[in-house]
Every structure is written in structure tokens, then in C-alpha cells.
Design a protein around this ligand. Structure first.
Ligand SMILES: *[C@@H]1O[C@H](CO)[C@@H](O)[C@H](O)[C@H]1NC(C)=O
Ligand SMILES: *[C@@H]1O[C@H](CO)[C@@H](O)[C@H](O)[C@H]1NC(C)=O
Ligand SMILES: *[C@@H]1O[C@H](CO)[C@@H](O)[C@H](O)[C@H]1NC(C)=O
Ligand SMILES: *[C@@H]1O[C@H](CO)[C@@H](O)[C@H](O)[C@H]1NC(C)=O
Ligand SMILES: *[C@@H]1O[C@H](CO)[C@@H](O)[C@H](O)[C@H]1NC(C)=O
Ligand SMILES: *[C@@H]1O[C@H](CO)[C@@H](O)[C@H](O)[C@H]1NC(C)=O
Length: 326
């Protein structure tokens, strides 16, 4: 058990003094695994839903969400980064897209949804392909560092990545505007992991922190009450942190589409497309008019899952190994 709970929480120091202001732009988002039905999507997009952004683990919007909520593209691996189509793909995105994620779990294996990239190769590609998107002639983006698994292995990878960045470009390293974070585990672990990331990027309390986006988080294989409690504590905590601009629970799918590693209690929808208690809570609960069992309008019959959903099912896989090691 390498997990340690720090008593000094730098991240707490930056809790927004303007929480009413911050609340006007919801941080809540979702990872679209492609397996949701029209009725589920309609509910997630309904007028009182706090969901304000989404991503698809790719550069492509979901046909259904399109630009109804802001889309955050992700350059998944080296091939995406060096593709001749990268600029064209990014240029074609809705104007509401302002943030760009890079390299999904490069310290993880492709079998678990990771991109399996050495820190050195990632640094070279980041400098060649990603940094120019930050302040070039064309459309510019707020860019994130690669998002590693929530583990000591992830932090080691980021350390090596940073070294390579400065080896390659001794003037600038690998600049970023925000840092994307993954966490699978309990709430104490999440707050601990955010502290680790925060300390890594802002070792001095006088430096201005990079903003954080928790693009995947869940507590795997717990019973319903523990899962609800983890979600409840996490969203309350994250909503109060000024450093955190966005977060997405994993995941926005039906229970029968959950992967074996997370277990089905992380699902926002039951097998029939009704909200789970967890799902109702994520949408803001009774205050926003959401209750367990509620369904969205439209076709709720199970669609044949597409390639994206099959693929995303493996996304959390590596973290299983890593958390297991702790
Ligand atoms: C998605 O949004 C873009 C930009 O607003 C628009 O050009 C495109 O037609 C939309 N696509 C669909 C399928 O609605
Ligand atoms: C970066 O994000 C901020 C909002 O957080 C936005 O105002 C700004 O325009 C973005 N920058 C770019 C280059 O899109
Ligand atoms: C990255 O490396 C540079 C140069 O060695 C160092 O100054 C900086 O503190 C490192 N940053 C992080 C986040 O480790
Ligand atoms: C989900 O929760 C139920 C009851 O809360 C529990 O019986 C079941 O074992 C949980 N499933 C998993 C995969 O943990
Ligand atoms: C969530 O936590 C708050 C306290 O922070 C509590 O009042 C509320 O009942 C909790 N909701 C659920 C569904 O557990
Ligand atoms: C509902 O979705 C199913 C599965 O995708 C499809 O076969 C069916 O035609 C749809 N029904 C309507 C009314 O759109």
C-alpha cells in the first residue's frame, strides 16, 4: 500500500472564493463510449442536465451530441498526432471545442485502451505535432499533457516525459495549458492522486497551477451504496476546487455495457435505459428533476454496439493491474 494521505493539501488552498460564479458553468461531462441509446442521450442533454461537455477518446464528435455540448477532442496516440489529417480534423470541429487532450494512457497497453508510448517518443511527437497547435497560424487550442493511468507508474512516465521534453527543447520543454487525470479507486485515493499531480506540476506554492480535468474516474466493483458515496463525495469536492475545470464519471452507459473490471454499479443507466440512482445523482438528483428509473424520450431499444463501444470497454483495464499492485 503505497498510498499516503497528505495532511497538507495544496490543492485545497485554491478553493474558489467565488463558488456561486463557478457554479454557473458546470464542470460535469461524460466520456461517450458510443453504446448509449437515443433516449439515454436525450436525457443526458435535457434542459436541466448539468452535463456541459463530452469526449469520445478520439478526434471525432459523436453524431448524436455533435455540438449540443462542447466537444473535447483527444489525440489518442502517435498515429493520430502525426496524421496529415490532424489539422483538417481539428479545424472541422465545432467552435465550442477549445481544449485538446493528448495521448491516452501512454504508460498503459493498447489492450486496455492505452496508447503504449515511450516517454521519449511521446515528447518528440508532442513537440513536433501538438505544441504548434497551441499557438500557431491556424486554429489554436488549449492543450493537455498526456493523460497517464492514476498510478505511480503514471507519475514515473510523466517524470521521464518531462526530462525528454527538456532534452529535446531546452528552451520550452513541453508546454501545456491543462492536465488531464484518470482515477479508479475510492474518494480518499482520488484526492490523494490530485495532490500528487498538483505537487508534481506546482512544487512551489507560489506558482500558478495548471488546470485539471479528471476525464475518467470511478470506483470499480463496489456495491451500489459505496459507488454512490464515492461519486457524491467526488463531485462535491471537485466542484469546490478552483483548479478543476472539468470531470467525467466512467461511465455514461447502461449496466449491461459495463466492463468486467469496473463492474456494472458504475453505470449511469440500468439495462433498460432508466437512470440508476447513481445516474440520477450525477445529473443533479431531485433538485434538477432527475430520479432513479427515469428514461429519456425517444427510441430506447438496445442498439447493436459499435466498434467504439467495444473498444472503450477495455479503457479501464490497465488501471486494474496498477491499482492491484498497490
Ligand atoms: C455538427 O456540428 C457542425 C458544426 O456546428 C456542423 O457543421 C455539422 O453539420 C453538424 N453535424 C451534424 C450531424 O449535425
Ligand atoms: C482556452 O480556454 C479558455 C476557456 O477556459 C478560452 O477562453 C480560450 O479561448 C481557450 N483558448 C483557445 C486557444 O482556445
Ligand atoms: C521538468 O524538467 C525541468 C528541467 O529539468 C525542471 O526544471 C522541471 O521542474 C520539471 N518539471 C516537472 C513537472 O517535473
Ligand atoms: C453491485 O451492487 C450490488 C448491491 O449493492 C452488489 O450486490 C453487487 O455485488 C455489486 N456488483 C459488483 C460488480 O460489485
Ligand atoms: C451527498 O452528500 C451530501 C453531503 O455532502 C449529503 O447531504 C447527501 O445526502 C448525499 N447524497 C447521497 C445521494 O448520498
Ligand atoms: C430503435 O433502435 C433500434 C436499434 O438500433 C432500431 O432497430 C429501430 O429501428 C429503432 N426504432 C425507431 C423507431 O427508430
Amino acid at each position: 500500500m503505497r498510498r499516503q494521505l497528505l495532511s497538507t493539501r495544496k490543492i485545497w488552498l485554491t478553493i474558489s472564493l467565488f463558488s456561486t460564479f463557478a457554479a454557473s458553468q458546470s464542470k460535469r461531462g461524460l466520456g461517450d463510449t458510443g453504446g448509449t441509446q437515443t433516449s439515454d442521450d436525450n436525457l443526458l442533454l435535457s434542459a436541466n442536465s448539468p452535463i456541459s461537455w463530452y469526449f469520445t477518446w478520439s478526434l471525432y464528435t459523436s453524431q448524436y451530441f455533435n455540438d449540443s455540448i462542447s466537444f473535447v477532442p483527444l489525440i489518442h496516440g502517435l498515429d493520430d498526432a502525426s496524421s496529415d489529417d490532424l489539422a483538417t480534423n481539428l479545424d472541422s470541429l465545432p467552435v465550442s471545442s477549445t481544449h485538446l487532450l493528448t495521448f491516452n494512457e501512454p504508460d498503459g497497453t493498447t489492450g486496455s485502451g492505452g496508447s503504449s508510448i515511450s516517454p521519449k517518443d511521446a515528447a518528440q511527437s508532442y513537440i513536433d505535432n501538438v505544441v504548434p497547435l497551441r499557438s500557431g497560424d491556424g486554429r489554436t487550442w488549449n492543450i493537455s499533457h498526456p493523460v497517464v493511468t492514476g498510478s505511480s507508474q503514471g507519475l514515473d512516465w510523466l517524470t521521464s516525459f518531462n526530462e525528454s521534453c527538456w532534452d529535446i527543447d531546452s528552451e520550452n520543454g513541453c508546454p501545456a495549458d491543462f492536465v488531464a487525470v484518470h482515477w479508479y479507486g475510492d474518494f480518499a485515493g482520488l484526492s490523494w492522486w490530485l495532490d500528487q499531480i498538483s505537487d508534481f506540476y506546482n512544487p512551489s506554492s507560489t506558482t500558478t497551477g495548471l488546470k485539471l480535468w479528471i476525464t475518467e474516474m470511478a470506483i470499480p466493483k463496489k456495491d451500489e451504496d459505496d459507488t454512490i458515496s464515492m461519486l457524491n463525495q467526488s463531485i462535491t469536492y471537485l466542484d469546490g476546487l478552483d483548479d478543476v475545470e472539468g470531470y467525467a464519471w466512467f461511465g455514461a452507459f447502461r449496466a449491461d455495457k459495463a466492463n468486467d473490471w469496473t463492474g456494472d454499479n458504475v453505470s449511469l443507466f440500468d439495462d433498460d435505459g432508466g437512470l440508476t440512482e447513481l445516474g440520477a445523482l450525477y445529473l443533479g438528483g431531485k433538485d434538477n428533476g432527475f430520479e432513479k428509473g427515469m428514461k429519456g424520450e425517444g427510441n430506447d431499444s438496445a442498439a447493436v454496439s459499435n466498434a467504439v463501444s467495444m473498444w472503450a470497454v477495455g479503457v479501464a483495464g490497465l488501471a486494474a493491474l496498477v491499482v492491484g499492485m498497490w
